[in-house]
Design a protein around this ligand. Structure first.
Ligand code: SF4
Ligand SMILES: [Zn+2]
Length: 315
């Protein structure tokens, strides 16, 4: 199947978008994050509303928060100004600008907003933006030079399992990822990587092992922070693949096993993405305690015994 046909099929199965307002960020949060040097920093994540990503990854649900058409010039700067005004004096060391697309795509982040956001982030020691490996280049360097803090790029590697990687419709091969990672590290830009747990076409029994291998690969290419993202259903394509037996929703036990298996990767910080992780839990007795344990591991990086449960028999 051609890439265009896959795009059309994936898009045709999507439920409607969420009617996003291009002048309002659709959320923000402040949380503690461990850094590779052992420090814990306060990180402000701003979920910006803008143009949809031109890639159409099979597992992606970020398009729900995007608008049709390009981001209006000035809109992102307005969104960020509003978030900053609503912080009520709260401060953070790092700001993560997540725009559900690629920061260096001018359709998603117009040139004037690149300048505006560089100015609005001047009080942060670290600035993180997200980008597909294909949109890393000279604009990345220019942005790194224009901000006061140190730039970190968040890139999706997703999985290195070869069959699954070829089926993600991400237009990413390992060579392209490696080139982008080397470009960043050669230029003193930090690398944060997203890795999937439960990628479609990875057999469920091998899911944890492939996630751990993919994290290890990312670290070997210079990632200093890696976030493990459990694949969620709900975008239509995941339900289609589940019906074909090619997608098995990940479980909380798998997320625990994946994170436990990644705590030994040198100084790299590996965390489990706990957004909506309650939905992974199958047991009301141990689920909250297991999620709390993952939350502690994310911040400490120090192994803890598994939670045992007399109801579901976990651990
Ligand atoms: S590159 Fe990222 S934002 Fe774009 S479709 Fe893929 S997962 Fe979604
Ligand atoms: Zn239980």
């Amino acid at each position: 199947m051609s890439v265009q046909a896959a795009d059309r099929r994936i898009r045709s199965l999507r439920p409607p978008k969420l009617n996003a307002d291009p002048y309002s960020a659709h959320g923000f949060l402040i949380e503690d994050e461990r850094r590779p040097d052992g420090r814990t920093e306060r990180a402000l994540t701003v979920f910006l509303t803008g143009a949809e990503c031109p890639f159409t990854c099979s597992f992606c649900d970020l398009w729900r928060y995007t608008i049709d058409g390009p981001t209006p010039p000035g809109a992102l700067t307005k969104q960020l100004s509003r978030v900053r005004a609503s912080l009520d004096g709260a401060t953070a060391d790092r700001i993560k600008l997540y725009n559900a697309s690629n920061f260096f795509d001018l359709r998603a982040v117009p040139a004037e907003d690149v300048v505006g956001m560089a100015s609005l982030t001047s009080s942060f020691a670290g600035v993180t933006v997200e980008s597909h490996a294909s949109t890393i280049g000279e604009r990345t360097l220019a942005f790194a030079r224009s901000i006061s803090g140190r730039l970190e790029i968040a890139m999706g590697l997703e999985t290195i399992e070869p069959v699954a990687a070829a089926q993600l419709n991400k237009r990413l091969d390992l060579g392209r990822f490696d080139t982008a990672a080397r470009f960043l590290t050669d230029n003193g830009i930090d690398l944060r990587v997203f890795v999937l747990l439960g990628a479609p076409y990875v057999p469920a029994a091998e899911s944890v092992a492939w996630t751990v291998r993919t994290v290890e690969y990312a670290v070997s290419r210079g990632a200093s922070v890696v976030a493990i993202i459990p694949v969620r259903g709900g975008n239509g394509e995941m339900e289609r693949l589940q019906g074909l037996g090619q997608f098995t929703p990940p479980t909380l036990s798998q997320l625990e096993a994946a994170l436990d298996g990644c705590l030994q990767f040198g100084d790299a910080v590996v965390t489990a993405d706990l957004w909506d992780a309650e939905s992974l839990s199958r047991c009301g007795v141990c689920g909250p305690r297991r999620l709390a344990r993952l939350g502690r591991l994310n911040v400490s990086g120090v192994a803890e015994p598994n939670v045992s449960c007399h109801v579901c028999g976990a651990a």
